[in-house]
Design a protein around this ligand. Sequence first.
Ligand code: SER
Length: 599
Amino acid sequence: MTATELRQKYLDFFRSKNHAVIRSASLLPENDATVLFNTAGMQPLVPYLLGEKHPGGARLASAQKCVRTDDIDEVGDETHHTFFEMMGNWSLGDYFKDESIAWSWELLTSPEWLNLDPKLLAVSVFEGDKDAPFDEESFNLWRSLGVPVERIAKLPKKNNWWGPAGATGPCGPDTEIFYWTGDINEVPSSFNDDHEKWVEIWNNVFMQYNKQADGSFELLSQQNVDTGLGLERVTAVLNHCDNYQTDLFKNIISKIEELSGKKYNDSNEIKKAMRVIADHVKASTMIIGDEKGVAPSNTDQGYIVRRLLRRAMRFARQLEINKTNWLKELAMAVINDYEKIYPELRTNENFVYLELDKEEEKFSRTLEKGLLEFNKLGGASIDGVSAFNLYQSYGFPLEITEELAKEKGMTVDKKGFDLELEKHQELSRTASAGKFKGGLADNSEETTKLHTAAHLLLAALRRVLGEGVTQKGSNITAERLRFDFSYPEKMTSEQVTEVEKLVNQAISDKLEVGCEELSLDEAKNTGAMGVFDSKYGEKVKVYTAGINNEESPSKWEGVFSREICGGPHVKNTGELGHFKIQKEESSSSGVRRIKAILE
Ligand code: SER
C-alpha cells in the first residue's frame, strides 16, 4: 500500500462516516506565538476542541502538514523526520470512545479498507491514576471487537495520555493501536509495548480535560476525540521498509542518487546523508512553499529553514554533489510529488526556487572555508568564541559545528556559544531551542486584543496603500503583534502615521465586533477579506467591526473591517487601548512586516 493510497483511503473512510474533510492548515500557526510550526493535526483545531464552533461541523478529518524540529539531529536514521503528515479525525463534542474505537478497527481490518490481519494488532489503554480513572470503557470496547485480553495493555500516563501540546490546554487519556512488524509466525500471544517489533500506528485521544496552569485537570465543556496516524511511519510499517523507501521519498531519493552518482544502498554513511538531504530539502520546500511561506533568514521560522538547508548542503558535500542549483532540482521533485495534495506548492514554486538558489549561493561560498577553519580547531572541546566565529563568519548553525565536532570525538561549549550570541544580539531568542517544543494557542486577553487590532490594521493598510494589500501572515504574543502583508516598497512615515491614526480612530469610535456564520458565497458578497478556497462547503465565520444596527435590514453600517476568521476577538474595539506601530520593515521580497503594540 502506498502512502498516496493510505492517505486517500483514510480520508474517504471518514468522509463515509460523515466527516468534513478539511484542508491542511498552514505550517505556520495562526495567532499562536508559543510554537513556530504546527506539530500535530490537532494544533490548528485547539479553539474548536475548547468549544468554538467549527464551520465544517463537529466531525472533521484531515491530512495536516507538520514540522517538528526537536529531533533534527536524529534525522538520518530510518524513522525520524522534520516534515511529516499527520492523518487525523476529530469529534468536536460529537461522537466519543464508542464510534472512535469501532471506526479505527473497521478502517484497519475491514477487507474493504486496509484489510490488516487482526491477529497482528494490539492495543493499550490508560490504567488510571489520581487525575483520571482507568479507561474501562475503552478496554471493554476493544474486548467487544474481539481483541483478546492479552493483547490489551493497561499503561500509565507516561504511555497513554496525550497533551496538552503546551503547558496548558486540552488533553486526555488515549488508546493506542500497535502493529506486529516481525515474522508473522512469531507473533506473541500477549502484547508488550516495549517489544520493538510492536510499533504504534494510531493514537486515539479522548480529550475531555483542560490542563490548568496550576497542574490540575478540569473537565472540558465537551468530550472530544483527537486521533493521529503518522503517514510516513505507518506506510513504512505496512510495507516492512524504512520510511525513506516509501512513495513519499522514492522520487526524491532517486533524484539525489542521480545528482550524486551514488546509490542509497551503497553504504550506511551514504544512506544517512541521503536521508538528511531528502528530509531537510523536503521540509524547506514545504515551509517556503506554504501558503504563508517563509524565506530563509536569521530569525524564527526563517532560521529553521536556513538550518535545514545548510545541514542538507553539508551532507551534499559529503556525497560530492557539485552541481549548482541542485537544491532547486530536488525541490522540483518534491513539488511534483506533493502538488496534488498541497497545491500551494505549485503556486509558490518560483518563490521556492529563487530562495533555494539564493541560500545555496550564499552558503556554498563559505562552507568550504568554514570547514578549513573548523579543521584547525584542536583539543577536546570547541570553545564558545570559536563556535560563534563559525556561525558568524561562515554561517555555520550550531548543530553543524556540533555534528562535525562529534564526528571528531570533540564537544562544543554550547553555553559559551549562547553567551557570545547574546552579546552580539544577532539572533532572535525565539530561534533557540526551547521554543520549538510543542505549545498551544494563548487565548489570553492580550492576544485576543492584538488579534482584533490585526484586523483593524489590515483594513487601515488597504485604505492607505490600496486594495492590492493582502495579509501574508501574522504572529501574536501577549506583548506585540507582528503582521506581514503584500506591498512592494517601504512605507513612508506619513503612511505609517496615517495607518496608526485610522486604527486609533476605529478604536475610539468604539465599534462593535460581531461574528456571523455565512456560506462562502455569502461571505464573498459581503466583501469579507480572507481565504476563499476553503473546502469546508459549510459555513465560515465572518468577523465585522462596525456599527451594528439590529433594526436595519442590512444590519451593519460604517463597516471598518470584515474578515473570514476563526476568532476569538474582543466584543468592542473600545477595549483595545492605544495602537502604536513600532517598526515597518521588509520581510521578504514583496512582503512588508509591521510590529505593533497596544498601550
Ligand atoms: N494529538 C495526538 C498525536 O499527535 C493525536 O492526534 O498523536
